[in-house]
Design a binder for this molecule. Structure first.
Ligand code: 17E
Ligand code: FE2
Length: 414
């Protein structure tokens, strides 16, 4: 495979990308536009980027909104309750069909790398069994990392520790947690110690739903970060949501930032989800309920954006388009300075790839997999401004998704 007339984020002008055996062989600057030959893919001066990444989604809950009841309060806690009702009725086939439908939505938007949380607070582990099969079946479209996610707690849920261990024995890739939902602060702390022990012993990555609340006293991020620091596991650890950081006072946060930098863990913010679920106990002024994305980024920490939900008890919208999340995140997090706009695609590509630990398996670099996306935009700025659609998605040298460019005509009255 050979791509011509590609624009890149890293160099001006047009480029050709030569692929061989599923890998990027050469990237060469063109002195002028080239006519496409049969067998070449003409990027038509559009932007070519590495595949988009979805670092945080719940594929087991896709398309369950309103089943059997809608989340009327819009709180995280009612979401967990409604999901508990639906969880009691899930089947293997139902879960697989919904997860595959979710994956198709992601793939249609140029996403090829996905980390999904899967609820393991279920004595049957039905959702996990389904997603383990989906991980293999969906391999031609996406790489899937499965987080064993204890939605109802590790310590507070009957048999929670044993279920986590069973889930990891069965082949979950990443250890999850939810310390802010445990019954007591002590349980929250011990759950983090337990999950970090499991991860260290098994050589697994960690991704914790951490402090997903407006409660400024929810301070499990410091526990997670300190555990990552003393065990030297920062590169393996992600803190998701951390919305309480948006409510911490600055004096505490400045101390916390020092620890976060020393621990060097990654962060995922899900800005549409958090603006929807948080702030629910406020009147006015009303908090935004998102973590300090710009501040983490400026402090040199790795931070990225995720979708979290596709039509589930926590969030009734969602369509797989991570550029919609990026657009919302830039607004919500006060990140629309020109420099932010130029670099912000990093928040849905390179930064997420780093959180997922993709290493040299990812990136528009000679020798790496020939996996990339052509967006319908001439630059990163335009891609963000227009929420550009993915026109082509190429994976290991094969086209896996193709979309016709938009054709719009204005028909002014004559
Ligand atoms: N579960 C949870 O605890 N938090 C969320 N944002 C979702 C599920 C979607
Ligand atoms: Fe989540």
């Amino acid at each position: 495979m050979h791509i011509v007339n590609a624009r890149l984020r890293t160099a001006p002008g047009l480029h050709s990308i030569f692929c061989q055996n599923g890998r990027i062989h050469r990237i060469i600057a063109q002195s002028e536009p080239l006519a496409a030959q049969p067998g070449t893919l003409d990027a038509s001066s559009n932007l070519v980027i590495p595949p988009l990444v979805e670092p945080h989604i719940h594929l087991d809950a896709v398309a369950t909104a309103g089943q059997p009841e809608w989340n009327r309060s819009g709180t995280l806690f009612e979401g967990i309750e409604r999901w508990g009702q639906r969880k009691a009725t899930i089947t293997h086939q139902d879960t697989k069909a919904r997860a595959h439908a979710g994956i198709r939505m992601l793939a249609e938007h140029g996403i090829q790398q996905v980390r999904t949380h899967v609820d393991v607070t279920d004595p049957t582990l039905a959702a996990l069994k389904a997603l383990l099969e989906v991980r293999d079946e969906a391999r031609s479209l996406i790489d899937l990392q499965i987080v064993a996610f204890p939605q109802e707690g590790i310590e507070s849920f009957e048999g929670g520790r044993a279920l986590m261990e069973r889930a990891l024995d069965m082949g979950a890739d990443v250890v999850g947690g939810i310390p802010h939902f445990e019954n007591t602060r002590e349980q929250g702390v011990s759950s983090v110690h337990f999950l970090m022990d499991q991860a260290e012993r098994r050589g697994l990555k960690v991704d914790v739903h951490c402090d997903e609340t407006d409660d400024p006293h929810s301070r499990f991020l410091e526990v997670l970060a300190e555990q990552a620091r003393v065990r030297g596991m920062g590169a393996m650890v992600t803190a998701s949501h951390t919305t309480a950081m948006g409510s911490y006072d600055n004096a505490y946060c400045s101390k916390l930032m020092r620890l976060l930098k020393a621990a060097n863990l990654s962060f995922v913010s899900c800005p549409t989800e958090s603006i929807h679920l948080q702030g629910r106990f406020d009147t006015f002024p009303k908090r935004r309920g998102v973590t300090r994305v710009a501040e983490l980024d400026r402090a040199g920490l790795n931070v990225c954006f995720g979708q979290d939900s596709l039509q589930d008890p926590w969030y009734p919208l969602g369509n797989g388009n991570i550029l919609r999340i990026l657009d919302a995140g830039l607004h919500i997090c006060h990140m629309m300075g020109y420099d932010d706009l130029r670099r912000c695609l990093d928040l849905v590509t390179d930064h997420s790839a780093r959180a997922l630990g993709l290493g040299e398996g990812y990136g528009l670099v000679e020798g790496r997999p020939a996996s990339f996306v052509i967006l319908e935009a001439a630059s990163d700025y335009e891609a963000v401004r227009t929420q550009a659609k993915a026109l082509w998605s190429v994976r290991n040298g094969e086209v896996i998704m193709q979309r016709a460019p938009q054709q719009v005509q204005l028909l002014p009255g004559r």
